[in-house]
Each structure stands twice: as C-alpha cells, then as structure tokens.
Design a protein around this ligand. Structure first.
Ligand code: ADP
Length: 585
C-alpha cells in the first residue's frame, strides 16, 4: 500500500504536520544533521590521507593528525548541538500535540464521555504523544543521519574501490530483504500491544477510582480474573515480540558479520596484490562501520515508525471526533422567560426519554418539576446546560434558540447543583472558586458558606478552607458535598439556577437551613428545581408534573392536588416517606 494511503501513515503525516514546530527550527535541525553527517564522512577520508602519507613517506604528519582531531572534535560538538535541537523539536511537537489534544477532548460532546472510559483519552494525551515525540526526537535523527551516512558512504566507497563496494552493496541489500518480514511483524505486534495497554490502563483507572464499590461488592476475584486475562494477553503479545526479535537478531548479526568478513577478505586480497593502499583499506573498514550502524538503525526506525503511526492513528481518531456545537449568539438570561418547546430527546443507545416536552421557566420565578425517579429530570437539566442537542424541538431564552448560543457565555450565567454533587480533589477553596473569573473576597466566601450551611463545618476544620478533600471529595459526607456544591453555585451569582434534588442527601436540620438559603438564592433568579420534598415543592411559583418524559400537568400545589391524581399519589407517597424519616430521626 503506498505511504500516503496507508491509514496509519497518513494519520502520522497529518498529526506531525498539524503540530509541527516552526519551519525555521526544522530547517536548522536538518542542516545540523547534514553537517554532522558530512563531518563523520570526512573523518575516514582524513584517516586515509594520513595513513597513506605515513606509509609512503614514513613521516609522522602532525598537521594531518591535528586536522583529523579538529574534525573529530567538531563532529562531537555538532552532534551535541544536533541532539539538543532534536530534543527541542520532539518536545515542542509533544507540547503542541498535548495542548491541542486536551483542548479538543475537553470540548467534545458529553455523549463522547458517556461512551468512553475517561482513562482512554487521558492515556492518549500522555502516552501516545510520548511515542510520537520519541520518533521525532530520537528515531528520525538516527534515521536521517543514518540514511545520509549510508548514501554518502556508498558514494565515496564507489570512488575508492567499486569492486569492494559492489560486494558490500549486495550483502547489505540481501540482509535488508531478509529482515523486512520481521519488521513488518513487529509493527503489527506493537500496534496490538498499544491497544491492549491503553485498554488495561483505562480499566485500572476506573477500578481504582471505584475501589469502595469493588470492595463492598466483593468483586475482587472477578476483577482479578479480568486483569489476569488482559495481562496474559499482553504477555502473549510480548512473547510474540520476543520470538520475532529472537529470530531476527541472529539473522541481522550474522548478515552483518558475513558482510564484514566478505569485505575484509576481499579487501585484504586487494591489499596483498597491491591493488589497494592500506589507507584505502582502513578507510573502507571505517566506512563499513558507518554503513552497518545505519542499517541496524533503519530496522529500529521501521519499528518506531510503525509504533508512532499506530499512536498517530489513535490520535487522529480522537481529533476526528466532532467537537460540541458552539454557536456565537451571546445570550442574556436575566429577565428572560425560558421556553422549552416540544422537546424530544433520547440518548444514543436508548429509547426516547423526553417526548414532546413543553414547559416555561418564568423569569425570576421558581419552577419545580416533580416526577418519579428515572422520569427524565436529570436529562432535562443536561439539555438546559447544552450538554446534548434535542432531537426535535428547542429551548428558547427569550426569543433566542439555545442551540445557537455561545454555550460557555450562557453557562457562565447559570449555576447547577447536581444530585450527586461532584467534588474535585484539592482544597475546599479550590472547589469553591472552580470556574470563577475573579476570586471572591473573604466576605463573599463567608456569605456563600453561610447560605449553604457550610460555615460551621468549615470553622471546625483546623485548616479551614485549605483542607484537602481527597479524590472526588471522599473525605466529605454526602451532605457536606452537596452543601459545598451549593456554596460554589451561589458564588457564581447565576441568573439561572438549576437545582437537581439538592436536598436529597441532607438531614432535616440542614435541609431547613438550606431551604431558607435556597429561597433567598432563588429570589429574582430564574430557578428550576427538581423537587422530591414537599417543602421544596410548596415554595415553587409553578409546579410541573412529568411522567415518562411528558408534562402531564402544571399549576400550583392545591390545584394539582385536586385535578391530577398522579400528582396526588406522588405527593402522598412522598409525604408518607418524609413522615417516616422524621419518626426515624
Ligand atoms: P431522573 O433524573 O428523573 O431520575 P434521568 O434523566 O436520570 O431521570 O433518566 C431518564 C432515563 O434516561 C433513564 O431511563 C436513564 O436510564 C436514561 N439515561 C440517563 N442518563 C443517560 C446517559 N448518559 N446515557 C444513556 N441513558 C441515560
């Protein structure tokens, strides 16, 4: 298959071009490689001249020796500078690639993350970029200078003695052809290894993050088996690689030794017959080494190249994922009614979740939505945050369609508190100021903490807001996490408040305080609250009742109790539960 049409190679080419450092830097590096290689080709010629002069005149030429030493030192300095430049080139490429990849992945639609283990893109950003960097920093230089040395050496050798060169050329071509099938096999194995490693890494990341679940579900042996199976698969691939190298290496070594012996034998005969000078013969041997190493490097390069091509294909697949749709309409939420018009939505793999949903969130008012669990409330919140696009219908902010909005500008005006109140590792303060453009003052922080009923808890901590909360906030209780999320939300001073069962994890006392804070926070703000507690429902200006993704009624509590039996049932059930809870506590 031609280079450009092989998917891996085409991907590698496009990735390298996409994130390449400046042309000037590339040109300087290539020039350095050419100069360093030129010098290394010159050294055997200087040696030959020195030796021939020595054997012809029996006089030790210091000037020739100094010339030789100067060429050697110059070559050393050049190769140091070349190494530095190549390292810079490769690392710049890696830096650009990582930045671009992260920017791309972080902007992918939420649906991508629904179907992908989060360790996967992380692995690509860290590991695959490393493989490409190795190709640029190390392998390409070796290959380029190796190739130049190979061609240059052959060219010079041809003029030194074409018969000996012909023998050498034949030996090299035969060796190269012999190892070609092995390098192809190694490339295929390497691709499978990378895929399997990436998959194991993604699984391990998730399993360690969910270690409590695994332990309480006593899933150790089950997971153990899965890990063993994947590790075995990696072992099998590694052994295939070992066997291939075990067959290839002796072949390469034997071929090299045979070439050297053939050239030495033939060369020695020519010297004995005085058809070749001793200087030419020594230069020949030096050139021979100049050729042998590049040939070995070329086979290494082929493996590294194929490995990088595999990595590039995975990166190209990631880049090919379309980014989330971002319009450029700068919406203003404050003072605008929000209309959800005939919303139809289903997740990629599932049946319809929202079926022709119509709803209005009046500006500055609190709207409650009541539904059974699984009814689609969280999905509605996700759509209101632009995480997914409706299959049909639209969300209008005033008269503007949310689908055309600059989502980040819109989301900066919203505050969302989720049921499970996610928290990041870091300090309490880090979590509070997440996403804020301007850092809040101490008073603003205290006021938000007070409003979220978190102030007292923070005061009991020796390190206060600088307390670390562990991965996903494991050192906090469910209620504390929820109050932290609420405080974070309040600090944003949002115009649209989206509260998804915020009080679900709170005790009765905390809930009463939060209710008050929520009522205050909701003042003058457009608020949608998924409610399951009677007190929350009663505080709303308008209540919508949702069943199987459809609105089946709306109004105030009293009207709904009289007119909608489904609502009465839900409330009765909830009321019984709440009474039960209050007896229990
Ligand atoms: P609620 O918040 O009312 O409990 P959800 O909106 O979470 O309901 O769920 C509604 C339906 O959508 C459920 O059937 C659920 O299985 C499905 N669902 C929720 N989130 C996803 C998702 N990310 N991918 C696929 N299906 C989902």
């Amino acid at each position: 298959m031609p280079f450009s049409t092989h998917p891996n190679y085409a991907a590698l080419w496009s990735i390298l071009r996409r994130t390449k450092p400046t042309n000037a830097l590339i040109a300087i590096t290539v020039a350095l490689i050419i100069c360093a290689t030129g010098l290394s080709l010159w050294v055997p010629l200087l040696t030959k001249a020195w030796l021939d002069n020595l054997s012809a005149t029996q006089q030790f030429s210091w000037s020739a020796l100094f010339g030789l030493a100067a060429a050697l030192i110059g070559g050393g300095i050049l190769s140091g500078v070349q190494y530095h430049q190549l390292g810079k080139l490769g690392n710049l490429q890696k830096r650009n690639l990582r930045n671009e990849l992260f920017d791309h992945v972080v902007n992918l639609p939420i649906a991508f993350f629904d179907r992908t283990l989060s360790g996967e893109p992380a692995n690509r950003i860290v590991k695959d970029t490393e493989i490409i960097e190795d190709l640029v920093s190390n392998q390409t230089a070796s290959m380029l200078s190796g190739l130049l040395q190979l061609l240059g050496s052959f060219f010079i050798l041809w003029f030194l003695d074409w018969r000996l060169t012909a023998v050498l050329f034949l030996a090299i071509v035969l060796s190269f052809l012999a190892i070609l099938p092995f390098t192809a096999k190694l490339a295929a194995i390497s691709k499978q290894q990378q895929d399997s490693e990436a998959s194991l890494m993604a699984n391990l990341t998730e399993w360690f993050a969910q270690i409590r679940l695994l332990r309480s579900a006593t899933a150790h042996s089950q997971i153990n088996q899965e890990v063993q199976c994947k590790v075995k698969q990696l072992f099998t691939l590694a052994m295939q690689e070992v066997r291939t190298v075990a067959m290839m290496s002796p072949l390469v070594n034997t071929a090299i030794m045979a070439s050297i012996i053939a050239v030495l034998g033939f060369g020695a005969t020519l010297v004995a017959k005085q058809q070749m000078t001793i200087g030419t013969f020594v230069a020949f041997i030096m050139f021979l080494l100049n050729i042998v190493f590049p040939v070995m490097q070329l086979s290494l390069f082929a493996a590294a190249f194929n490995k990088a091509a595999g990595a590039a294909l995975r990166l190209a697949e990631l880049f090919a994922e379309p980014k989330r749709h971002l319009g450029n309409l700068q919406l203003k939420i404050a003072g605008q009614d929000i209309q959800l018009h005939n919303l139809n939505f289903g997740y990629d793999n599932n049946a319809a979740v929202l079926k022709g949903l119509d709803m209005t969130l009046a500006a500055g008012k609190t709207t409650a939505i009541v539904a059974l669990s699984g009814g689609g409330k969280s999905t509605l919140f996700a759509l209101l945050q632009g995480f997914y696009q409706a299959k049909q219908g639209a969300i209008y902010i005033g008269t503007d369609n949310l689908a055309e909005a600059d989502l980040d500008h819109y989301l900066a005006q919203t505050g969302y508190v989720a049921q499970d109140a996610p928290v990041l590792s870091g300090t309490l303060r880090d979590n509070l100021v997440l996403g804020l453009d301007a850092l809040p003052s101490a008073e603003q922080l205290t006021s938000a903490l007070n409003d979220a009923d978190l102030y007292e808890f923070v005061s009991t901590l020796p390190q206060g807001l600088e307390t670390f909360v562990g991965e996903r906030g494991v050192t906090l209780s469910g209620g504390q996490r929820q109050r932290l999320a609420l405080a974070r939300c309040l600090l944003r001073k949002p115009n649209l408040l989206l509260l998804d069962e915020v009080t679900a994890n709170l005790d009765a006392l905390s809930e009463t305080r939060i209710q008050h804070a929520l009522a205050q926070a909701a003042q003058g703000r457009t608020t949608l609250i998924a409610a399951h507690r009677l007190s929350t429902i009663l505080s709303a200006d308008c209540i919508y009742v949702m069943e199987f993704g459809k609105i089946i009624g709306q109004g105030n509590h009293n009207a709904l109790m009289q007119q909608l039996p489904q609502y009465k049932q839900l409330i009765d059930k909830q009321f019984r539960l709440e009474q039960q809870n209050s007896y229990d506590s």
